[in-house]
Design a protein around this ligand. Sequence first.
Ligand code: SF4
Length: 413
Amino acid sequence: MRKISKYQNNRRVIVKKPELLAPAGNLEKLKVAILYGADAVFVGGKEFSLRSNASNFSLEDIREGVEFARKHGADIHVTCNIILHDDNLEGIEEYLCALDNIGVKAIIVADPYIMHVAKSLHLKLEVHVSTQLSSLNSEAIDFFVAMGMDRVVLGREVSYEDLVVIRNNNAVDIEYFIHGAMCVHYSGRCMLSNYFSHRDANRGGCSQSCRWDYDLYQDSQLVNDKENKFSMSSKDMALGLNITSLIELGIDSFKIEGRMKSLHYVATVVSTYRKLIDTYCQDPDGFINSDFYKKELLKAANRAVCDGFYYDKMDQDSQLFSSRQEHPTQEFVMRVLDYDKTTKRALIEQRNYFKVGERIEIFSPRHDNIEFVVTKIYNELQEEVDVANHPMELLYIDMDHEVMFNDMGRKVV
Ligand code: SF4
């Protein structure tokens, strides 16, 4: 029986904090994920990984990521979740040994052959069963435990009720998706993209065909009007405050989806769940439900969100039947590089267009959000300019509130 909490000075505290596991498509996102509060980051290697479109990591990148993670007490997991054909088998042993040498904590695996090789090499690497295998029940988990697997990443289709049964029946580490994109098919079992665009979703090439615009016919009659095409996309999952029940259940790891998502998404989602987990674990019985967390998560959402399968089945409220229901993310405009307390001037790196007069919100893992109106912008020569319209340009802006290195700014809309 796992001990989830204990009493300290007459107050209950959570002693079994879940790991917060973040995605990263490149080194910059990996570092930001850790600085914004991730306990671990999962990345795709250039070999044996899905997500062929994600900017996957070379061994050198993984080494740098592991070194950075170690300095901050975090871990790196590497996806090796390709479904192998016979012509993909070569080089697996060498690759896994290299990851082990570098100090990667775990590999995420879907193919039984890689599971077998990883275990037979007797490496320190943990082997985690990928969500691609749709593990939804205790017996399937037992099967993987018998194979020596260290953790099972559940399918997104597991409800809270299922989780209670799984947690009661299985002692192995359980990883559960709490946030990110959903498929309208069982994850990892969709062929829409393969049929429509010859891009294999199960080998990382999904062209998101479920989110395309379609004409819908019934008995040869067009049902939709021309402006309102039909789409069959799922809303994204955002469990938000529901994760407090998952903490009490002793789920070991909370996974955020999105290796191909933006830096702003990674920073916003990770820091919000970090604050939520830490605040709840300090004083679970005094925890006050607040809509702050939901509002923060929506700032990085480019689609409407839902509870996924948490309350069992997805229904029509969990679907997007028209792509026009998608909405833009709050715009990420700057990253702070430095702040001079004497002049009250921040050095920033521009990430998107903004101008004098616009309202910006600075967010950070280390302080509350700060809102201000841009009054003065200066270029590198300290000449005043009205607009920041060059990507990655270094600029100075006047800011009364003290900000810190790696804080980020987004437009208030
Ligand atoms: S087409 Fe849609 S349902 Fe299919 S794998 Fe891609 S995102 Fe998932």
